[in-house]
Design a protein around this ligand. Structure first.
Ligand code: PEP
Length: 252
């Protein structure tokens, strides 16, 4: 089944509004003729409005890095799906940094996924095991649970387009990427069967599953050559236009 590759840049807590404008202008100019890949950037909340303006009429899509599940109310510091839907198409949910530092659980991931879908935002649901879990042989159990619980009670019709990102926690920001074969195996043997359990086989085969964790221009092609890997969620290397473009080209 042909799945259009997606390369998404997770800027995390990087780039001021001015820097956002500059980086995106560079990306727009150099990716104009790029085909065969969907390109997405996810700046911090404060940069979204500027990003939406710079990206208007271009092929680069815009996403947020998180959202709250309520539409409005007394939730100081939070941003609602209604607000994001005015600016974005995508939203990253359950990134390991949110799970590790901000108390994100499979239950809150599930609430956020449902809220995103209810407001026509496409979730990129992040899953992945820690080093300790990996070394204890728990990868399959942990990742399968994250997919099944994060997506529990989500209907097949509402979830169309949903993306999963497999990001082994030990590979994020460490410079120590997983092996392309190893990541591909987890996607084939754990993530697609878990998607089939929640939805159905057609949905599992149609769903894009990205790899994330120390993707760089020098290793991206090896990952994207794996038929199970449908693109990448890129942290550090998405902060530099040349590096991000090289990864985009490797996926196309
Ligand atoms: C990420 O933040 O999702 C990520 C994969 O980061 P990095 O590419 O820097 O490892």
């Amino acid at each position: 089944m042909a799945r259009l590759p997606l390369v998404a840049g997770n800027w995390k807590m990087n780039k001021t509004v001015e820097q956002t404008e500059r980086l995106l202008s560079d990306l727009v100019n150099s990716s104009k003729s790029q085909r065969g890949v969907e390109i997405l950037v996810c700046p911090p909340f404060v940069g979204l409005e500027t990003a939406a303006r710079v990206l208007q009429g271009t092929q680069i899509k815009l996403g947020a890095q998180n959202l709250h599940w309520e539409t409005s109310g007394a939730y100081t510091g939070e941003v609602s799906p209604v607000m994001l839907a005015e600016l974005c198409e995508y939203v990253i949910i359950g990134h390991s940094e949110r799970r590790a530092y901000f108390g994100e659980t499979d239950q809150t991931v599930n609430l956020r996924v449902k809220a995103a879908l209810a407001h026509d935002l496409t979730p990129i649901v992040c899953v992945g095991e820690t080093l300790e879990q990996n070394e204890a042989g728990q990868t399959a159990e942990v990742v399968s649970r994250q997919v099944r619980m994060g997506l529990a009670d989500v209907t097949t019709s509402s979830a169309k387009g949903l993306v999963v990102a497999y990001e082994p926690v030990w590979a994020i920001g460490t410079g120590k990427a997983a092996t392309p074969d190893g990541a591909s195996d987890v996607i084939e043997v754990v993530i697609r069967p878990a998607l089939e359990y929640v939805f159905d086989e057609d949905f599992a085969q149609a769903t894009r599953v990205l790899y994330g964790g120390s993707l760089k221009p020098g290793n991206a092609r090896e990952f994207f050559d794996q038929p199970e890997i449908d693109g990448g969620l890129v942290g550090g290397a998405s902060l530099n236009a040349d590096d991000f473009l090289a990864i985009i080209r490797a996926a196309a």
